[in-house]
Design a protein around this ligand. Structure first.
Ligand code: ZN
Length: 499
């Protein structure tokens, strides 16, 4: 029997989430359908609702209820324990930050991101540098107020990857880098290389959209509980499990971009749709971490969407819809969609070199935050690392340290979650294969639901019951590791490139 306090607490935290989801809906609309001139008023609307959510999260009533529930104990109920533990974490983070600081950050990010757009356009880092400096100072204050044990960066990652520690991530990333570097060399120097030109054949945008929807639906994405729209930067946002919005972008000569983009976002979408609807608005009804979220998108996009069995079923269907590919053998298609090439831009990187882009950012932002790397030295440090790790030097800062929006929004500590997603995805895929020994056969027959169901039962349904590190342990029996990822890459790319 839940206590009166617990019932009141649940009603209260559901209101916080309802307010946040209104904000997310406004932001989704801003990226998809809002007319350009609506931006200024939209900023007011978002500011208002963000304030409502923040006030509710930091309210004295919530603090009193949390204290009372901690005295009462959870009575052995996992859901109660999770909801109290996670709300305590969010409440403590929020009340440690004075309104003055929160407002200062909000005020600093608007001009910073506007300036970043202009700086990137002109490849003028000096223009952006004072904004980066200012945001770093504010974020250092955030880290100090929240508190940390080993380094300030830990206080910031915690927002995206609860409980993660930079030093632990570094250990895994270092081990990964040691194996990744020779693999990239072997692939780029391999005698056999894919014919990438065949990816650029013309495919009408409306037909791409229809084909993508078919695949998302086959994955199990419920279009009565979600939408697929167009935006400049693809994303997925789950308002609740019954209303999940994802977006993509189309280019007539880049069919793969929208196709794999939709499989990626649908992977996120399935996670949101797979959360327990009875737990809407509580931590038990919330994704575990951004790294786990990204594992779901990467698993569908790469482990499945770039696999041979998947295309055994879907390539004939693609050829029927797009006659431009009628003469292409399945082998050539499969090879081309697995092109590996060191490149300048993170968001265009393949699954093998992607991690190198992330490790570079992870190291530089840690050094910046700790004051070991001056803002003015960022471009040089960036270019040096690119040369070292990927063997290429950016011709300008637009294609170097100015390429990502994150720092201009004051977001530090987010980047590692992308690569953690790749590592978790490989670990989960391995466990899924153990549980579904005929997975490749199912994929080759176009049966995607058994995998979707396995992910739902083993990952999605848990919400935030486990921290990411515990979840991977519970699901796979192993802790976070680079090994399954590296083994997956070797098994896939050695036969393809013939090295
Ligand atoms: Zn993603």
């Amino acid at each position: 029997m839940p206590s009166r306090t617990y019932e009141s607490f649940i009603a209260r935290i559901k209101e916080i989430r309802a307010a946040q989801s209104v904000q997310e809906l406004l932001e989704w609309d801003q990226q998809t359908y809002m007319p350009k001139k609506g931006a200024a008023y939209r900023a007011e609307q978002v500011g208002l609702i963000a304030g409502v959510a923040h006030d509710k999260l930091t309210s004295a009533e919530l603090g009193r209820e949390l204290a009372e529930l901690e005295r009462e104990g959870d009575g052995g109920d996992d859901a109660v324990a999770t909801n109290v533990r996670e709300m305590r974490r969010l409440y403590d983070r929020a009340v440690k930050l004075p309104t003055r600081l929160v407002q200062e950050i909000a005020k600093a990010t608007a001009p910073a991101s506007d300036t970043w757009v202009a700086a990137r356009k002109d490849s003028n880092f000096a223009l952006f540098a004072p904004h980066l400096e200012k945001l770093l100072t504010l974020k250092r204050e955030v880290a100090e107020r929240i508190g940390w044990q080993t380094e300030p960066y830990d206080a910031l990652i915690d927002e995206f990857e609860p409980g993660a520690r930079a030093a632990e991530i570094q250990t895994v990333f270092d081990a990964l880098r040691r194996e990744l570097a020779p693999l990239v060399t072997a692939i780029t120097q391999a005698p056999r290389q894919p014919n990438t030109a065949l990816l650029k054949r013309a495919a009408p945008v409306e037909k791409q959209a229809a084909f993508n929807r078919t695949i998302a639906a086959a994955m199990g994405f419920d279009f009565d509980a979600g939408r697929l729209d167009v935006s400049a930067h693809p994303f997925c946002t789950g308002l609740c499990p019954l209303d999940v919005r994802m977006t993509t972008r189309y280019d007539e000569h880049a069919l793969g971009q929208s196709l794999f983009g939709v499989m990626h976002e649908a992977g996120h979408g399935l996670y949101e749709q797979g959360l327990d609807p009875a737990q809407v608005g509580t931590p038990m009804g919330t994704y575990a971490s951004l790294g786990i979220h990204e594992s779901q998108s990467r698993l569908w996009e790469n482990q499945i969407g770039r696999s041979r069995p998947f295309w055994q079923h879907y390539f004939p269907k693609l050829q029927a819809e797009f006659p431009a590919w009628a003469d292409v053998p399945l082998e050539d298609w499969h090879f081309a969609i697995n092109t590996v090439r060191p490149s300048l831009i993170r968001v265009e990187a393949d699954e093998v070199t992607y991690g190198l882009h992330i490790m570079l950012r992870f190291d530089l932002e840690r050094q910046m935050l700790a004051g070991r790397l001056a803002v003015s030295d960022v471009p040089a440090a960036w270019n040096e690392r690119m040369k070292q790790e990927l063997g290429i030097t950016p011709p300008n800062d637009a294609q170097g340290c100015l390429q990502d929006i994150h720092w201009s929004l004051g977001i530090f500590g987010y980047f590692p979650t992308y690569q953690l997603g790749n590592l978790y995805a490989a670990q989960f895929a391995l466990a899924a294969r153990r549980a579904l020994p005929d997975l490749d056969g199912q994929l080759a027959r176009g049966e995607l639901r058994p995998l979707r169901e396995w992910l739902r039962q083993n990952i999605h349904r848990h919400g935030r019951r486990y921290r990411a590190g515990e979840l991977v342990q519970v699901v796979t029996g192993q802790e976070l590791s680079h090994r399954p990822f590296i083994e997956y890459l070797r098994a896939k790319y050695q036969p393809l490139y013939g090295f």
